[in-house]
Structure formats: C-alpha cells, structure tokens
Design a binder for this molecule. Structure first.
Ligand code: NAP
Ligand code: G4F
Length: 346
C-alpha cells in the first residue's frame, strides 16, 4: 500500500519541494490549494496531473486553514498517513499589517488540523508535522539556539507560530498523536517568494546587471540570518515523521551572515566592482561607474527586528542523521543562475 500524505501549503516554496520529494518516495500526495483570482500553482505545474488521469500521484483540493469545515472534511475524506502543515502567511513584515489574519492562519491553523485528526479518530493513524520557525526565538535568549532555547517572538508571525508550536506539543501529550515541530531557520532556493530578502536582492541585482533596473531599495542590512537550502530542509521534515517517537528538531546550518554580506556574495557572483558608503539608513552601494545600485529605505524596516539568528542542529544530526550540504555560496550561485536564465528567456 502506498503511503498517503496531505500537504497544506503545497503551492509555496517548501510545499513544492516536499511534494516532489514524497512523489519520488512513492507516496500518493494530496495538496490543498487556496482559491485565487490569478494562478497560484506555478511551483507545482511540472508535477500536476489532470483529474481524469487514473492512479494519480498528485491530487489537488481547494481549501484553507482558516476554514475549519474545509480542513475537517478533507482530513475525513483522505485519511492521510502524514499531514504536513506548511500553510501560513509567512512574511514577517506583512504580519504587522495583518496580525489577526496571521494569528488565525499561522496559529489556529495548526489547531484546526489537530482537532480534525482527533475528531475523526485518526490519532493512531495520522502523523502531523508543524512548520515551526526560528522567528520564535526572536530576541534570542542564547547563541546558538537549540530545542531548549526559550522563545521570545518579535512579530505577530512569531507569536502565532509559538501558539502552533505549543498546541502541537499539547495534542501530542494529551491525545498521543504523532505530532512534531520542525524549528526551521531561514531556507532559500530559486523558487523562494520574490519579497523575501534573498530573492529580492538576487532578482534586482540581475536586472541591474542587464540594465533593466537602476537601484535596489532595502531595509536593515545588519540583521544576521542562518540561511540554508529549502530542498535539503524538506528532507529533514520527512525524516522527523519517520521516527518511532515524535519530537521537535532545530534545522539550521550553524553559520550566519548579515544581509549586507549576502548582498556582497551576490555582487561578487555577478562580477560587479562595488563600494559601500554611509551608515544605517544612509548606506549606499556604488558600481564602478559611480551609479548608486543599492540604497536603504525606511519602508523596508520593521516595527521590531530580529537581529541575529544562529541554529544548533546537533539533535537533528544525532537522531535524524540530517546535516546540511550546501553552503551560502552554493545557494547564491544556484539562485543567480536560475534568475539569469529566466531573464534571458523573457
Ligand atoms: P510560502 O512560500 O509563503 O508558502 C506558504 C504556503 O501556505 C503557500 O502555499 C500559501 O498559498 C499557503 N497558505 C497561506 N495562507 C493559507 C491559508 N489560509 N490556507 C491554506 N494555505 C495557505 O512559505 P515557505 O517558505 O514555503 O514556508 C513553508 C512554511 O514553513 C510556512 O509555514 C512558513 O511560515 C514556515 N517556515 C518557513 C521558513 C523559510 O525560511 N522558508 C523558515 C521557517 C518556517 P498561496 O501560494 O496561495 O499563497
Ligand atoms: O527574507 P526575510 O523577509 O526573512 P525573515 O524575516 O527572516 O523570515 C523568513 O524566515 C523565517 C525563519 O527565520 C520564516 F519563519 C519566515 O516565514 C520567513 O521565511 O528577511 C530577512 C532579513 C530581516 O532581518 C529583514 O529585516 O532581511 C531584512 N531585510 C532588509 N531589507 C529585508 C529587506 N527583508 C525583506 N523581506 N525585504 C527587504 O527589503
């Protein structure tokens, strides 16, 4: 019998990599898609199968984690072996603009799924993965952060994810559901959403290189992040779900770079000669002809910032035999190559 997986958030970066990974592992994959006025399935178009096809490996359903009835009826109908809750309003800055919606989708979304597992008596069948985040560490209490580090979230997004984290543990302990939290640090890829800083920097600098744009505007360049590759991180999610006993795991590289250092790697990859001038909001970067190619703008600063994130994934290495392979330069190169290829095809 093929294992059945249900992915909430299948149209996102991680959802697309995970669906591909599970199909390779011979799973039947069900995915939940939100209704949108424009197409939102571009990341999974290459694995999409028409509904009239027999024995499909990928089946899509409309649904939304803010709608209990749709969550419950999908779980009742599909009775999956594994549920991956990747659905979220995942942009930290946007969560300050839509805090209530973020709480409902990112916090209560996990509860709606867990409650449906319990209500339909699937506690002994259905395993649950919650997409937790290093944003929960926020104003960090220790460096590096591991599974025991206390949380101090600094955004409505982080606060909502802390609720989802603890409700997952609560259902694991109260109802013996196999439920685990991945506490994933930032992970990127060529299919990263365009408003996250890595993808924003790379698409803009590629366009500037080809004379299609003049300046890239950014926010805080001093924040430090522990950046890994999304494709490697979805494998860690799956590994957690194959254990005998459910637990929570930090997934990270153990290396951190500032946003400015990330920009430097991209500029070097694109063979720019460049120089930085000024400080904080007045920081600017110039190319060899003296053109200002990067400037800061206060609109991209957040009401509160998470200054530094650095993960300690020794538990994942010990118990899941998981370790990141790609470093920051590999990730930058892969993302730049993808962007340049896309530009030359446009
Ligand atoms: P993403 O690209 O923004 O994808 C989010 C997914 O959730 C999309 O499929 C989105 O659908 C869906 N979604 C949003 N609101 C929903 C709702 N109300 N009901 C159902 N689906 C909804 O995020 P990602 O980078 O793949 O991240 C996956 C998960 O891991 C998220 O929960 C994120 O918070 C968490 N996480 C990410 C990182 C990271 O660095 N990438 C690190 C730690 C944790 P649309 O395509 O229609 O928008
Ligand atoms: O790329 P970011 O928007 O990612 P952030 O806020 O770290 O959140 C991402 O990682 C989390 C895991 O830690 C996930 F849970 C979350 O879903 C998301 O995937 O910003 C990274 C840093 C921040 O410090 C931000 O202030 O870059 C800084 N930054 C500077 N200029 C900018 C910009 N961020 C964005 N998005 N846009 C800018 O122009």
């Amino acid at each position: 019998m093929k294992k059945i997986a249900l992915i909430f958030g299948i149209t996102g970066q991680d959802g697309a990599y995970l669906a591909e990974f599970l199909i390779k592992k011979k799973y039947k994959v069900h995915g939940v898609v939100r209704r949108s006025s424009s197409f939102n399935t571009s990341r999974i178009d290459h694995i999409y199968e028409e509904p009239y096809k027999k024995n499909r490996k990928l089946i899509l359903h409309y649904g939304d984690v803010t709608d209990s009835m749709s969550v419950s009826s999908l779980i009742k109908k599909i009775k999956p072996d594994e549920i991956y809750n990747l659905a979220a309003q995942s942009h930290v800055s946007v969560s300050f603009e839509v805090p209530e919606y973020t709480a409902s989708a990112d916090g209560l979304g996990a509860l709606r799924i867990l409650e449906a597992i319990r209500f339909h008596r699937l506690e002994n069948k259905t395993r649950f993965y919650q997409a937790g985040t290093s944003e929960m560490f926020g104003r960090v209490k220790e460096i590096p952060q591991n599974e025991e580090t206390p949380f101090y979230p600094r955004s409505p997004y982080g606060v909502a994810k802390v609720y989802a984290h603890w409700i997952t543990i609560n259902y694991r302990e109260a109802y013996k559901i196999f439920a685990c939290n991945g506490i994933l640090f930032n992970h990127e890829s060529p299919i990263r959403g365009g408003t996250f800083v890595t993808k924003k920097i790379i698409s803009a600098l590629c366009r500037i290189k080809y004379g299609l744009q003049k300046t890239l505007y950014l926010g805080n360049l001093d924040a430090k992040r522990d950046w890994g590759h999304a494709e490697e991180y979805v494998e860690a999610m799956w590994k957690m779900m194959q254990k005998k006993i459910p637990s929570d795991y930090v997934i990270s590289t153990g290396k951190q770079y500032s946003v400015r250092e990330f920009v430097d790697y991209v500029l070097e990859e694109l063979n720019f000669s460049f120089s930085w001038k000024g400080k904080k909001l007045n920081t600017k970067c110039f190319d060899e002809r003296g053109n200002c190619i990067i400037a800061c703008n206060k609109n991209y600063y957040r009401p509160l910032e998470v200054d530094t994130l650095l993960g300690d994934s020794r538990k994942a290495y010990r118990e899941l035999n998981w370790k990141p392979k790609k470093n920051i330069k590999d990730i930058v190169k892969e993302m730049v190559d993808y962007e340049l290829k896309k530009l030359s095809n446009d």
